[in-house]
Design a protein around this ligand. Structure first.
Ligand SMILES: *Cc1c(COP(=O)(O)O)cnc(C)c1O
Length: 380
């Protein structure tokens, strides 16, 4: 059926779920199957290995553990499962997604340090190091690679190096870089990273995964159990013994993800990152041409999310511009900074620079329709 039925192609410029290929969409359409059949279980092994290979992990040392949920489940799992008794969590926080990890600590009542930095700046590594010196009981450090709320790239390799020097485990939220911006789990000093199928892999929501150090997971069997459904060791152990997820997996999303992985390897890490970069450059060129200011300095952008500041123009109305674009197949997204009104354009998904050129024609027409002045007006 697949070849002859075409599905309307929407260009999603939101930070995930991302635009998918038709072949990935159709991969969900399979005969009904009980996920406890060997045939289905067999698919999981290759999938789990591929997820480790994407970040160049040695399969002896690193493994992946799958969960049924959106990306936030990974933050929950890592924080609640990887903190030894009597230790503290340090969150290196310069944005909304690291704040989510702080909230996880609060909900579980875990001792933690919320080390905050301005949302438009990289964390100061000297302050990070000083925090370790003053708190010898830090057992787990967490940060976000690409703060999707702004698009800033955080220095994970450097933070990981400090964490390891002080004997702490390092978890990184790579949800908005994984399978896009190249990562080498070992060289980047990461113990655990995470993502979900609907972002860089360009598949669907429902499958999330943690990739990390097998020895630490095994050690965590002795850490306090703080959640039943979201325990990393429990899910890992079940996989190791049975090859299956402990509870019902997202069957159709797994089929789609397997197809997405085939397409990932066919495109290749370098070519895929080059394509995202082309898209990102086209987004920035389009915003610059219209006179939009952005939150993050060009040299500190992770290359996937642009965060543009709202014009000081009485005619600017994000909702109206959004709806105009949406009706024409393009989705733009509000920002996630409490202090500045922004909107985001993201370079995720199965799109290329021509899509961005088309988008800017529509976006420009929307600005004209609502009489927003171009070049964009700012008061200061
Ligand atoms: C998308 C994203 C998540 C997951 O968000 P969900 O709404 O749970 O899918 C987590 N961290 C980062 C950095 C993200 O970009």
């Amino acid at each position: 059926m697949s070849e002859n039925m075409s599905i309307k192609r929407n260009i999603l410029l939101n930070p995930g779920p991302s635009t998918t290929t038709d072949s990935v969409k159709y991969a969900q359409v399979v005969p009904d199957i009980c996920p406890r059949e060997k045939e289905f279980g067999g698919l999981m092994k290759g999938l789990r290995e591929d997820l480790v290979k994407i970040v160049h992990g040695d399969l002896e040392k690193y493994t992946s553990v799958l969960f049924c949920g959106s990306g936030t489940i990974n933050i929950d799992v890592c924080i609640n499962s990887l903190l030894p008794e009597g230790k503290k969590v340090l969150i290196v926080n310069n944005g909304a997604y690291s704040t989510r990890a702080v909230e996880v600590c609060e909900y579980y009542g875990l001792p933690h340090i919320n080390l905050t930095f301005p949302v438009d700046e990289r964390p100061d590594l000297e302050v990070v190091e000083k925090t370790f010196k003053e708190n010898p009981d830090i057992g787990l450090v967490h940060t976000t690679h690409n703060e999707t709320g702004t698009g800033i790239l955080n220095p994970i390799r450097e933070i990981g190096e400090i964490a390891h020097r002080y004997g702490a485990t390092f978890t990184v939220d790579t949800t908005s870089t994984y399978a896009m911006r190249p990562i080498n789990i070992e060289e980047d000093n990461i113990d655990f990273l995470m993502a979900s199928a609907q972002k860089g892999l360009m598949a669907f929501t429902g499958l999330s995964f943690v990739v990390g150090n097998r020895a630490i997971i095994e050690e965590s069997a002795n850490y306090p159990k703080r959640s039943y459904y979201c325990n990393l060791y429990m899910q890992y152990d079940f996989f190791e013994r049975t090859g299956e997820m402990h509870f019902t997996p997202p069957v159709q999303t797994i089929y789609a993800t397997i197809q997405a992985l085939k397409e990932y390897w066919a495109e290749g890490e370098e070519a895929k990152w080059a394509r995202h970069t082309r898209v990102f450059n086209a987004i920035n060129a389009g915003l610059d041409e219209l006179g939009f200011k952005q939150v993050i300095k060009p040299e500190e952008r992770a290359g996937l999310v642009s965060s543009a500041i709202y014009p000081d123009d009485p005619n600017w109305d994000f909702e109206k511009v959004h709806d105009y674009c949406y009706e024409r197949g393009f989705t733009i997204y509000p920002g996630k900074i409490s202090t500045t009104n922004t909107f985001r354009l993201c370079a995720l998904g199965a799109i290329d620079e021509d899509d961005i050129k088309e988008f800017f024609k529509v976006f420009r027409a929307a600005l004209d329709e609502y009489k927003v002045q171009v070049p964009i007006v700012y008061n200061k």
